[in-house]
Unconditional design. Structure first.
Length: 230
């Protein structure tokens, strides 16, 4: 009997979309469960602890923003949001609340699959090791994926950790937005995509550097970002 790649919870009230999504993912050897109600979704995530959550914004009972906010309090796995809304405010709000990525409907199945695979690769535990990366007061244990700053452990989302590791690996040098997008998503990107900016904003807040002029993560106009090495 084949072993599924991962357990994915699909929170979507459109029956046809959820049916096709589940069918496509199961054809790729994923195990799926479908929930159509926001209130029911929170309890299901808590009980099942799926490897990944696909979350629609427009849900009965409890909207997707509220679901994301509530489950992020106890769920550490990746959250991929599906939205029919073109309004960046909704997407930015979800990123602030802890969503790891989003796709705008209609979703192309191969793009969704690429996003899922990238998120799962980053979220799966690695063999423990004690390789550490030091940049000034910042320490990253790359084996255990533990980050400390000024001797305090930081609580980061998967996407924030990946972003910080990329910047720290090139400390003192400019990392282009293109490199940031490719690192986060592993596929083609949109120059208007604000998800990178939101990850940077989240990191600055957790590094106590969210008021300009920034001292830890600099924005290099029209070029990218730089983590100060010192």
């Amino acid at each position: 009997m084949a072993v599924s790649k991962a357990n994915i919870l699909i929170i979507e009230d459109d029956k046809e979309i959820s049916r096709l999504t589940a069918m496509y993912l199961e054809a790729e050897d994923y195990s799926t469960c479908v929930i159509a109600d926001g209130l029911q979704a929170v309890g299901t995530v808590r009980m099942e602890q799926p490897d990944l959550v696909i979350l629609d914004l427009m849900l009965p009972g409890l909207d997707g923003v509220s679901v994301c906010k509530q489950i992020r309090k106890f769920y550490q796995g990746p959250i991929l949001v599906l939205t029919a809304c073109c309004d960046d405010i909704s997407e930015v709000s979800l990123l602030k609340l802890g969503a790891d990525d989003y796709l705008t409907k209609p979703v192309r199945p191969h793009v969704m699959l690429a996003r899922i695979e990238a998120l799962l690769r980053r979220s799966r535990p690695v063999t423990p090791s004690y390789n550490q990366l030091h940049v000034g007061q910042l320490t990253i244990d790359t084996g255990r994926q533990i980050v400390s700053y000024n001797d305090l452990t930081l609580v980061l989302t998967t996407a924030e950790y990946d972003m910080l590791l990329l910047l720290a690996s090139h400390a003192g040098s400019i990392v282009s937005r293109e490199s940031c997008c490719r690192s986060l998503r592993g596929i083609d990107y949109d120059f208007n995509d604000r998800s990178v900016d939101m990850r940077i904003s989240g990191l600055r807040r957790k590094l106590n550097d969210d008021m300009p002029p920034y001292k830890t993560i600099l924005t290099i106009r029209n070029k990218g970002y730089m983590l100060i090495n010192g």
